[in-house]
Design a protein around this ligand. Sequence first.
Ligand SMILES: [Zn+2]
Length: 268
Amino acid sequence: MIETVQWSPELGQGAPVVGIVYGFRVRSTGEYRYIGLTTKGLQRRVGEHRKVARDGRKTPFYDWLRKTADDAYEVVVLERVVTSREDLGQAEISWISLYRATGDRLLNLSDGGLGPTGVVWTAEQREAASRRSKGRPGISRPGELNPMWGHAHSDEQKARWAASRKGSNAGPENPNFGKFGSDHPAYGRVLSAETKKRLSEQKQGELNANFGKTASEETRAKMSAVRKGRPMPSSVRNAHTRHHTNKGVFKETCQHCIDDRDNERDSS
Ligand SMILES: [Zn+2]
């Protein structure tokens, strides 16, 4: 909702109104998030702001406006200026500085005043913005601005894409192929117990890619050749003793761990 200001040259104390300073205020908290000035009617200016937001402009204020429901804020007139445009600019500067001082998290980029935005870019900023905008395949159109919003790609199309991607991230094509230890981007990364549990559950039983599969004779021969001469546990029982009992590890999936625990319970 917008506080409606009937636009009339006689607003104020009979003197022609040059313009107004307005603020976007959050209804629930009373906090101001943006202060602006206009020499047009307020309704019209707010309509322009909303259109700019819909068109996807990326500034803190428009990002906020896009994600905030229309009825979550109100636009209020802070001051009507009847003297001059310079005074209008000064009034805006004063209101911005007032609400910054009171701790309202204003999203204004500038400190106010006249001029297109009041922001003066340095040569470096211009250069950086120019670089960012070059070679960009398209503008971002989030949510309902996107032509695909509410639509889904056909299964045939998805299958074509899957086929064209197949193998494109495998083996030498993978950017991390052949990187080990500290060369690997995930080196030293520690997963939380929660994450490890989830990853583990995702690979249990029939969820496992190898569930119910048997390696071919050829594969088994390769695996056997790799292990030749390397001491292996002679049995599952032996492996359990070495890797679980001796290291104080308990594994739900190891029958011997479960047996040991049950025996302990029976004897205590
Ligand atoms: Zn065990």
